[in-house]
Design a protein around this ligand. Structure first.
Ligand SMILES: Cc1ncc(C[n+]2csc(CCOP(=O)(O)OP(=O)(O)O)c2C)c(N)n1
Length: 342
């Protein structure tokens, strides 16, 4: 893909929903959907507290990109990251326990929903700061690059990130140093209550990456096969020494920004219109038509996933809170010698 030709392509070629692979993609999206629906219930019972941002509607982005990564690759995400973490392979138990603030959680219950972390799968967070993950991803990729490892760092962020200086610094340095980063912009058209069109003079976000000479393409983020195909091409280009690549995944969140948001800024008809493009029923229809999802296949998947979600909730509820005596554990500080203080 040449830099100029890559810019502004309207969607990657959507692959066919082949048998087992298609069912696997469906299972992963359903796991995320059912997990997050359960989170809503737990939140209403105050089993989960604090901030909770759901990615319901955006599952195809997480699942499609993750399919193109290998276990050695790294992932950096945002506060809307449950789907990324599940698709990356963190256990549902460890995520649910984290959301409930239990020691058995993937961040020992200290991070909560916005700070999922797992070194074993190179899942380097969960980040509450808009655009905060981009320089981290550039740093991870720089380390891999300097050590001569053929690894990709996938970095997820929202459309709101493009208004931050960190976004532009990260675009610039990653291209200048030719780093192996796959930038995945989940453009759901809104940054909290503000529509992109009110803050950006250029709403085609792929053009922003292209202005830094990064190959960029626009992808239908509601089509998991299109996302997977685009992510595979991009990761191949990166592994072949092509430097950073940028995917603008056009998607939509079906729910409010967070559990605190009354969602008064979006037109109901707009939300309903996007729900008609829900990536899950779309894939079910394709798999049913191709025969890959046979009689009762969807019900069996749903039943398996219900067992996994119930198990994760039971695990989290049986978990423990960190004792108060542990409060200073992992807190480090370095004393500054007195002569160095002003
Ligand atoms: C640097 C910074 N500024 C402001 C905020 C407050 N804030 C939290 S989420 C958010 C919107 C970000 O939207 P976007 O990047 O599009 O991601 P989305 O929530 O749509 O997934 C803002 C402004 C923040 N967390 N960090």
């Amino acid at each position: 893909m040449t830099k100029a030709a890559a810019v502004g392509q309207s969607g990657a070629e959507s692959g066919a929903a082949g048998g087992d692979r298609g069912v696997h993609l469906l299972r992963e999206m359903l796991r995320i959907r059912r997990f997050e629906e359960c989170c809503v219930e737990l939140y209403s019972r105050a089993e989960i507290r604090g901030f909770l941002h759901l990615g319901i509607g955006e599952e195809a982005c997480a699942v499609g990109v993750m399919e193109a990564l290998s276990p050695d690759d790294a992932v950096v995400s945002t506060y809307r990251e449950h789907g990324h973490a599940l698709a990356r392979g963190l256990s549902m138990r460890a995520i649910m326990a984290e959301l409930e603030g239990k020691v058995e959680g993937c961040s020992r219950g200290r991070g909560g929903s916005m700070h999922l972390f797992d070194a074993a799968t190179r899942f380097y967070g969960g980040n509450a700061i808009v655009a905060g993950g981009l320089p981290l991803a550039v740093g991870v990729a720089l380390a891999d690059h300097l050590q001569g490892r053929s690894r990709v760092t996938a970095c997820f962020f929202g459309d709101g990130a493009v208004a931050e200086g960190e976004f532009h610094e990260s675009m610039n340095l990653s291209e200048l140093w030719h780093l192996p980063v796959l930038f995945c912009c989940e453009n759901n058209l809104y940054a909290m209550g503000t529509a992109l069109k009110y803050t950006e003079s250029e709403t085609d976000l792929s053009l922003k990456a292209a202005s830094y000479r990064i190959p960029a393409r626009v992808v239908d983020g509601m089509d998991v096969l299109a996302v997977e195909a685009a992510a595979r091409e991009a990761t191949q280009a990166i592994r072949g020494g092509g430097g950073p690549q940028f995917l603008e995944l056009r998607t939509y969140r079906f729910r409010a920004h967070s559990m605190y948001d009354p969602d008064r800024y979006r037109d109901k008809a707009e939300i309903e219109g996007w729900k008609e493009r829900d990536p899950i029923p779309a894939l079910v229809a394709q798999l049913t038509a191709s025969g890959a999802l046979g009689e009762g296949g969807l019900d069996r998947l749903e039943a398996e996933i219900a067992v996994e979600v119930d198990d994760a909730v039971a695990f989290a509820e049986a978990g423990t809170y960190e004792p108060l005596d542990d409060l200073e554990r992992f807190v480090t500080s370095e004393a500054v010698p007195q002569e160095q203080t002003p």
